[in-house]
Design a protein around this ligand. Structure first.
Ligand code: AMP
Length: 195
């Protein structure tokens, strides 16, 4: 199963990805997680990405394309993967199609979690509160200023990715405002239809 999970920050992509990893035995490939790991390790890639990420802007397409290209080839991705946070631009989506085709692969499904824009800020604020309560570290870009930029980047650069997949006839939309379990059921139903 090869799946793209689309949706703005706070839509619940991470939560639903974790459930799919458990259920389907596939891996979650989050470009955000990979970039944060590079930042934490202080690699040249991390140094290039850090300021961009902290501001809430998107890193250059080629940077994340190279990460995904290499990661898809890893042994643990052989059974399938969920792309979380990638592709985020139409150029990334088009390049993904090309690089999957080169590997003899294609996507089984593209699922978009649709959430009210007005709800997103409070969802992320909630995530920050919960993280702090659990004694965890809050992401550098989970602050009001960066979040505004991240939501604008989503609207301008990532929303067209949904259109890209809709035009190809592969986009499935799920009501991301529903309860977490109900969202999981809706995704399961979609995947049962394409598996
Ligand atoms: P995320 O964890 O998916 O919210 O990503 C955190 C940050 O990493 C984003 O705000 C971007 O700066 C960067 N990032 C993650 N994935 C991508 C991507 N596919 N394209 C460009 N930038 C990305």
């Amino acid at each position: 199963m090869r799946l793209v999970l689309l949706g703005p920050p706070g839509a619940g992509k991470g939560t639903q990805s974790a459930r799919l990893v458990e259920k389907c035995g596939i891996v979650q490939l989050s470009t955000g997680d990979m970039l944060r790991a590079a930042v934490a390790a202080g690699t040249p890639l991390g140094l290039e990405a850090k300021g961009i990420m902290d501001r809430g802007e998107l890193v250059p397409d080629q940077l994340v394309i190279d990460l995904i290209d290499a990661r898809i080839d890893a042994a643990d991705a052989a059974r399938g993967f969920i792309l979380d946070g990638f592709p985020r631009t139409v150029a990334q989506a088009a390049t993904l199609d090309v690089l999957l085709a080169k590997k003899g692969m294609s996507l089984d499904a593209v699922v978009e979690l649709v959430v009210d824009a007005g709800e997103l800020l409070s969802r992320v604020e909630n995530r920050v509160r919960e993280t702090l309560k659990a004694g965890g570290a809050v992401r550098a870009d989970d602050n009001p200023e960066s979040l505004k930029t991240r939501l604008a980047a989503y609207r301008l650069q990532t929303a067209p990715v949904s259109c890209y997949y809709a035009e190809k006839g592969v986009l499935k939309q799920v009501d991301g405002m529903a309860a977490i379990d109900a969202v999981s059921v809706a995704i399961d139903q979609i995947l049962a239809g394409v598996g």
